[in-house]
Design a protein around this ligand. Structure first.
Ligand code: MN
Ligand code: MN
Length: 300
């Protein structure tokens, strides 16, 4: 993929992502409407010259990832919450993915510090041809040294143009079977340790508020309205994840219902909310890093 990486556009996306993440952290306050926070962040990205590469994820306490507000969502950030904000920015399809955690309780400082350290250690071992085993090993060691568990079924990933998860999973645990898998120069990667005081595992929750076009045709027939919506989202977002609330002005119909139908017909991928299996509190920090022959550039 090296021939399709535009470093200037990635750096622009990175600057916007850093500013958006800092802005987002400042918005996380008890009583704030999650919908307002996410929409403010997405507006900030657009006003800064980027586009959201996926809906703002704001995941609270034992919710590890993939929560974005639905249409008319009335949830608020609770007192004492541990809040993950995960943001994606793209410039012409060149994506930077970044996340931070805010502890509103004052009780989870060690969890957050441990997760930050795991991310820093992961970044410090990244170089051309580093083994995926080594990245996972330093993350797991840092998290366990802090007294917590890494979430073993959540991982970092490589990123392609208009593709958030481009096929490579970068583990948050030591996995000897990955020893031979190495980061090639010209690879864009997201590193994202998750640490918890729970079981170290996430399970799918019942809610899906994020979808993406699979790039495949339907397994069964579509109504004309479904076909029209599919045509719209595939042109607007390609295969990037999107939220129903981004479509609130679309023909004024029941967009959430149509998306559920398109999901059931196999043309949309759904991202269930991911919940810590032991209902542990989860922290996450994420950087996107460009690995070249000569450089390791932390974009955001
Ligand atoms: Mn992310
Ligand atoms: Mn990511």
């Amino acid at each position: 993929m090296s021939e399709v990486l535009d470093v200037d556009k990635l750096k622009a996306a990175g600057r916007i992502a850093v500013a958006s993440r800092e802005y987002a952290v400042g918005l996380v306050k008890p009583g704030a409407l999650v919908l307002d926070v996410c929409e403010s962040i997405e507006r900030f990205i657009v006003e800064s010259g980027g586009l959201p590469a996926f809906p703002c994820n704001l995941s609270i306490n034992e919710v590890a990832a993939h929560y974005t507000p639905g249409l008319g969502d009335s949830s608020v950030i609770p007192e004492g919450a541990v809040v993950k904000v995960d943001i994606g920015v793209h410039v012409d399809g060149f994506i930077v993915d970044t996340a931070a955690t805010v502890d509103l309780s004052g009780e989870y400082g060690k969890l957050l510090e441990t997760t930050v350290r795991a991310l820093e250690e992961a970044v410090s071992v990244v170089k051309p041809y580093v083994s995926l085993y080594d990245i996972g090993r330093v993350i797991e060691r840092a998290v366990r040294d802090g007294g917590f568990k890494p979430i073993r079924n959540l991982s970092g990933h490589n990123i392609g143009r208009y593709i958030v998860h481009a096929g490579l999973s970068i583990p948050n645990v030591a996995d000897r079977s990955l020893y031979r898998l190495r980061i090639q120069p010209g690879t864009l990667i997201a590193l994202e340790p998750f640490a918890t005081n729970g079981k170290g595992l996430v399970v799918d929750g019942p809610t899906i508020n994020i979808y993406s076009y699979t790039g495949r045709g339907p397994k069964m027939g579509l109504t004309s309205l479904e076909a029209e919506l599919l045509d719209y989202v595939s042109r607007e977002y390609r295969t990037l994840p999107f939220a129903a609330r981004w479509l609130r002005n679309w023909k004024g119909g029941d967009v959430e219902g149509l998306l559920k139908l398109l999901h059931s017909k196999g043309v949309l991928h759904g991202y269930p909310v991911l919940i810590e299996a032991g209902r542990g509190v989860v922290a996450q920090f994420e950087h996107t890093v460009l690995v070249t022959e000569s450089d390791v550039i932390v974009l955001a």
